[in-house]
Design a protein around this ligand. Structure first.
Ligand code: TXA
Ligand code: MG
Length: 312
């Protein structure tokens, strides 16, 4: 691929026109940057897999501007309705039965009879979705197996020359990917993310089951989200020569949140990992409490620290 155009947040009309023309455009959502393509255009979707080096069995999330558009591609039951009402637009993805004649390319769902759908809340993403008026397939805009991008420069570092455009809309405020919920038909947490599972359980009035064998998010391979440097988790005191990623009142190379605020820590997570990775030293990381957004942070950290031989 030739040159990657860098767009500004005023260029949403250009971004939408490029997407409609079958091009790949990276743009910010409130969670992380996504690598977008027209979900109804098989060739455009195929180009996502090529640009990311992503295994083709790993399906993509479809982004739409509102619940009405979501109903055009997926079938909602009352529990899905309740979650859409409570959390959209926002950092929730639901895996639902794919509607007949949805127009979604089978490459998006990797041949499954379900589709992952989300209505993002980020203003730039919403504008692009409204202007393009087609469902947009968008995985996180990182090379497969690498840390997700929460800033445009992360996308530039990973994908420049492999995508048609990158829209720089600043930092993503949530900083972690969306929470994914599937139904079998009981609601299950397929990936912890930007909305705490406790909040979802409160709306449903019941607990979320775990992913289980029958229904899983195929992207949840053990060593997803890996930085290049080695990682050690739950470290109270770093070793000599290590970079230390702190949380709470700690002397650290970088701190996720000096006040111990989990939302601030989530927003800083990928950016700080990108920065520490660039230092080239081993990275040790302070313990993060396993509550609320801490679950999603720890999930990403465990994957980042896992052995690399299964990296996708
Ligand atoms: O916040 C986010 O969700 C970001 C932004 C760009 O929206 N997107 C994102 O996409 O994280 P991606 O492709 O990196 O992760 C999508 C996850 C993968 O683990 C994939 O396996 C799962 O969603 N997934 C997609 N369709 C599915 C389906 N039909 N059934 C089960 N899992 C599915
Ligand atoms: Mg991803």
């Amino acid at each position: 691929m030739a040159e990657t155009r860098i767009l500004t947040k005023e260029d949403t009309d250009t971004a939408a026109a490029m997407l409609l023309a079958g091009r790949l455009v990276a743009f910010p959502t409130e969670t992380v940057y996504g690598l977008g393509a027209d979900a109804t255009n098989g060739r455009a979707v195929a180009a996502i897999y090529v640009a990311k080096g992503r295994p083709s069995f790993n399906p993509l999330i479809v982004h739409v501007p509102d619940v009405t558009a979501a109903r055009g591609i997926a079938e909602f039951d009352p529990q899905a309705d309740a979650l859409a009402e409570a959390f959209w637009p926002g950092a929730l993805t639901m895996v639902l039965p794919l509607r007949a004649r949805s127009g979604i390319s089978p490459l998006v769902t990797a041949g499954l009879d379900t589709v992952a759908v989300r209505v993002p809340s980020g203003a730039t993403a919403r504008q692009i979705l409204r202007l393009s008026a087609v469902p947009i397939a968008a995985p996180s805009a990182n090379p497969s197996g690498r840390i997700s991008p929460s800033e445009a420069r992360h996308v530039v570092a990973g994908l420049q020359g492999r995508v048609d455009a990158i829209l720089d809309g600043g930092r993503c405020p949530v900083g972690l990917e969306s929470t994914i919920v599937g139904f079998d038909p009981a609601p299950r947490l397929l990936r912890p993310g930007g909305i705490a599972s406790e909040e979802i359980e409160a709306v449903l009035g019941q607990g979320l089951g775990g992913a289980g064998a029958a229904i899983t998010a195929p992207g949840q391979l053990a060593s997803h989200y890996a930085p290049k440097s080695a990682l050690r988790l739950n470290v109270e005191a770093p070793l000599e020569g290590e970079s230390y990623l702190g949380f709470g009142r700690k002397d650290a190379t970088l701190n996720l949140s000096e006040t111990g605020d989990l939302a601030e820590a989530a927003a800083n997570l990928f950016g700080h990992l990108h920065l520490l990775d660039a230092l080239g030293r081993s990275i040790s990381i302070a313990p993060i409490p396993e509550i609320g957004l801490g679950r999603a942070i720890n999930d990403r950290l465990r994957r980042a620290a896992a052995p690399r031989d299964r990296a996708s």
